[in-house]
Design a protein around this ligand. Structure first.
Ligand code: 4AD
Ligand code: MG
Length: 430
């Protein structure tokens, strides 16, 4: 019977056939151990010389790394195996022989692995990271669908910018100028006025000349936007959502977290509510910690965020940033115009900002003023103003960066390993 490695548990004691690649092997004169993978999982195939035909044992000894095979054998329960099962192989059929697979079980440098990303994805570690990424996406849809949100897809080719003009990817749209989307937010605000509670999940692009472990040129964002919700309501959604995602990975990715040697205790207590500090308090805290380089009104860098995050064992919201360093659409605090009703959510363990969000300006006059201050063309942003002209309501939203969230939850040092084909400064291949 044909099955997959993930499904062998349903066939204990029976003979099955799986299509697989050879990940690794070792053999002696009498027995061969094949580490097999089929995409759904990993399993060991045991080939005892005395119980199989001669050519089967010969093939087991000769088969090269990443050759593809049909493997037939009886499924056995095995407590020592991470998957819980093992195959006692009776027959092997070579589908295709791989010669000189470049990624051997020895250590390779990062640039070499990045040049072979299309093959590196097959490794056990990369497999585990992709499964966790998938679980986060699944749990995201689950959370927002359960909460009555509608999934809306904003455009990727746009005529205007959402997050400032410094890092836009320019292209042409027939005779017009166009940009790759930095954020779907402005469109999601329009969608919230039509559908109430909405969320998007899509690629975003930033031509950032940053070469850090947290920056990608192309990354995926989840952007919820909610009509009739204020800043405080939005923080509640954020902490509930992030908690749900973390607990889903803990429940559904046990093997993957083991492969990555992720310290589970650091994730178990990620439950709402999350701590909050204001930007003012954060500056004070940083001064106490000896960061003399930061002054009120300046944005935090990675070392500052890490120092703040180290004070907590959960993600922490930094709220009420100075108006001047935040985006044009953020609503000022009515009691203190020099700060905005916004929050960045900083992940623990130095993984940095995973969410940026705010309440949005809902007053037409104030938004007009911001257009002037930020030199935004009234014509290009006319449609966005319409959302304030026709039945304006308080509304809030946020954007969660998927890759930084994967890096944190999976415990992966660099975001380049959290997306199948990373786009980085100086890397567009493969
Ligand atoms: O803080 P950002 O720039 O916020 C926005 O784009 C808002 N318009 C979102 C909204 O309110 N709908 O980006 C949101 C998140 C960041 O917190 C970070 O996790 C991620 O996107 N992010 C990046 N991830 C990888 N590489 C980059 N270059 C990133 N830039 C932002
Ligand atoms: Mg931000």
């Amino acid at each position: 019977m044909k099955t997959t490695i993930a499904e062998v548990g349903k066939h204990v004691g029976q003979e099955v056939t799986v299509g697989a690649w050879l990940a690794n092997k070792r053999s002696s004169g009498k027995i061969a151990f094949l580490q097999l993978r089929d995409g759904t999982g990993f399993i060991q195939g045991v080939v005892p010389k005395n119980d199989v035909e001669e050519e089967t044992f010969q093939l087991a000894k000769d088969v090269t790394q990443e050759s593809s095979l049909y493997v037939t054998g009886v499924v056995r329960e095995d407590e020592r195996s991470p998957s819980g099962y093992e195959l006692t192989v009776s027959k092997l059929e070579l589908i295709h022989e791989a010669v000189d697979y470049p990624i051997t079980p020895k250590e390779h440098g990062t640039e070499f692995l990045m040049d072979h990303r299309h093959l590196w994805l097959r490794s056990r570690k990369q497999h585990a990271i992709m499964k966790i990424r998938n679980e986060i996406i699944r749990a995201t849809y689950e959370f927002f669908n359960n909460e009555g949100y509608v999934k809306v897809d904003p455009p990727i080719l746009t005529a205007n910018s959402a997050e400032g003009t410094t890092n836009l990817f320019h292209t042409t749209y027939f005779d017009e100028d166009a940009f790759l989307s930095q954020s779907g937010q402005l469109y999601m605000e329009a969608a919230a006025m039509a559908l109430g509670k909405v969320f998007s999940f899509g690629p975003t692009f930033r031509a950032e000349k940053s070469k850090t472990r947290r920056h990608l040129i192309e990354f995926w964002m989840i952007e919820p936007e909610m009509a009739f919700m204020d800043h405080e309501d939005s923080l509640k959604v954020q902490e509930e959502y992030v908690s749900h995602v973390v607990q889903s990975v803990l429940n559904n990715c046990t093997q993957e977290l083991d492969v990555l040697e992720r310290d589970r205790s650091k994730l178990e207590n990620i439950q709402a509510p999350f701590p909050r500090i204001t930007y003012d308090e954060a500056v004070e805290l940083l001064h106490k910690e000896g960061f003399d380089d930061i002054e009120w009104g300046e944005d935090f860098g990675a070392p500052h965020e890490t120092a703040i995050a180290e004070k907590y064992d959960k993600p922490v919201f930094i709220t009420h940033y100075p108006t001047d360093i935040k985006a044009f659409y953020m609503k000022p605090d009515p009691e203190r115009e020099e700060v905005v009703l916004c929050a960045d959510l900083i992940a623990p363990e130095g993984y940095g900002e995973i969410i940026g969000g705010s309440e949005r300006i809902d007053d037409e006059e104030l938004l007009k003023q911001r257009y002037d201050e930020h030199n935004l063309s009234e014509e290009a942003y006319k449609w966005y103003m319409d959302l304030r002209t026709y039945g304006s309501v308080p509304h809030s939203g946020f954007g969660l960066g998927l890759e930084r969230t994967v890096a944190w939850i999976a415990g992966v040092e660099h975001v380049r390993e959290t997306i199948p084909f990373p786009r980085l400064l100086n890397r567009l291949y493969p």
